[in-house]
Design a protein around this ligand. Structure first.
Ligand code: GLY
Ligand code: MN
Ligand code: MN
Length: 431
């Protein structure tokens, strides 16, 4: 693996936390993701199911975790099924986990080959007094799932074969657990942020008028991969000039021009954990007066947000407050007028023309991580803080995004070392 070994204690603790949330006489099952096809015999790079990874650290396709904490025979309380490996498979597909390696990685003593799944699963479902069966499905509020997932296939199969067990949703429990990060997870997120920082500093030296957006993408990719990341945490946004106002611009195929702003929403993954960084820099190494004015307005909003995103606050209340602060900045920038505010409707507030997205989201194994957006913010959560101002008529978009751990007494900015002041960015670009 490319990343440092994660101690199995993380996965052991995560499973213990989950078991506490299950009803008595329960079984919970987690599938790996499928390897997704492209065309002909091509496949996309494998991306593990984040819940399975969180509970086991297994980063291999065709794997299943079954937890059955009240099973009379201890051997069946935690069972991991993995793809059988042998010399032939090793030759063609490369190394897969042996049973011993799987135990060392996960802390699970009973590791079986997938070929045994049907018979062992029947044993667990019928011999251990199991009443409740917790199955997994993607319940992310923004998910749009058009393909049939392995989880969906399994739910069908399981309910057909065991129709009279009581089925339960495990996703709400996983969302609650995963939203609070343990120390090891924070360290992995910090590593993702540190690799991102290194690449950003490299890009500051690289950018100049005439470079292509995808050349900048290549700089990031090289620095990420060189440092043990598997690559981009999400499709990078490298948006120069007017593209900086397109929130999901991902073509990255234009030439950066003298005088333009360059919005960089680019970050690394590390051990499946994600950073999420945005900086907005001047292509020629010097912010114009107007760029600086707008930049500093966004920076003030971000700094106010850092103080407000605290335990006990509800995200949507905080977002409303940030919108008010942003409204004042937009007035000062003369982008909106008092009359615009007087004429606005609840559906169409004046600020929305220039600030139209959320201020923050949770971050972790998913970039838009699971967790209750309507609940009170809690210590141990990791959030982004990412206000922006997008002025289409000037071709000027500025977003500044940092990743912050919510602390009991104060927040900890995982990106505190990443250049953010205009003066520091200019200095680094010109030396
Ligand atoms: N890069 C994705 C986001 O900022 O939400
Ligand atoms: Mn973000
Ligand atoms: Mn981002």
């Amino acid at each position: 693996m490319r990343h440092k070994r994660i101690h199995s204690s993380l996965f052991v603790t995560n499973r213990e936390q989950l078991i506490k949330e299950l009803k008595p006489n329960s079984l919970a099952l987690f599938n790996s993701n499928d390897t997704m096809p492209t065309n002909a015999d091509g496949t996309m790079a494998f991306r593990q199911n984040n819940d399975l990874f969180y509970l086991t650290g297994v980063d291999q396709e065709n794997s299943i975790l079954v937890l059955c904490p009240d099973f009379p025979d201890k051997k069946y309380r935690e069972v991991l099924f993995v793809q059988e490996t042998n010399e032939h498979i090793a030759t063609w597909e490369g190394h897969k986990l042996t049973k011993e390696e799987a135990t060392e990685l996960t802390g699970i003593k009973t590791v079986l080959w997938m070929s045994e799944f049907n018979s062992r699963f029947r044993h667990m479902m019928t011999m251990g007094g199991v009443e409740h069966v917790y199955l997994n499905t993607n319940e992310h509020y923004r998910a749009v799932v058009k393909v049939e997932t392995r989880d969906a296939r399994f739910i069908d199969w399981c309910q057909k074969n065991y129709p009279l067990h009581k089925y339960e949703r495990v996703a709400p429990i996983m969302s609650k657990l995963r939203s609070i990060k343990l120390k090891i997870e924070i360290e992995l997120l910090q590593e993702a942020c540190d690799i991102t920082e290194q690449a950003f500093r490299r890009v500051l030296k690289f950018v100049k008028p005439g470079v292509k957006e995808y050349e900048i993408e290549a700089e990031y990719a090289h620095e990420f991969l060189k440092n043990g990341s598997r690559g981009f945490a999400y499709t990078p946004i490298i948006a120069s000039g007017a593209n900086s106002c397109v929130l999901h611009y991902i073509e990255n195929d234009k030439i950066c021009k003298d005088g333009d702003i360059l919005l960089l929403d680019v970050a690394a993954e590390y051990a499946n954990y994600n950073a999420d960084l945005t900086r907005s820099i001047p292509v020629n190494g010097k912010y114009s007066k107007r760029q600086k004015e707008v930049y500093n307005a966004v920076l003030r909003v971000q700094r106010a947000a850092m103080k407000m995103l605290r335990p006990g606050v509800v995200y949507f209340d905080y977002h409303k407050e940030i919108q008010k602060i942003m409204e004042k900045e937009l007035l000062d920038l003369k982008l909106i007028s008092k009359k615009d505010i007087k004429d606005q409707t609840e559906d169409k507030p004046a600020f929305q023309k220039y600030f139209m997205h959320g201020t923050s989201h949770m971050l972790g194994l998913d970039v838009h991580d699971v967790g209750n957006m309507h609940g009170k913010i809690k210590p141990g959560q990791v959030w982004t803080i990412e206000p922006g101002i997008y002025i289409k008529e000037e071709g000027l978009g500025i977003r500044i995004e940092n990743n912050v751990v919510i602390g009991k007494n104060k927040n900890f900015d995982l990106m505190k070392n990443i250049p953010i002041e205009t003066e520091e960015i200019e200095e680094l670009m010109n030396t």
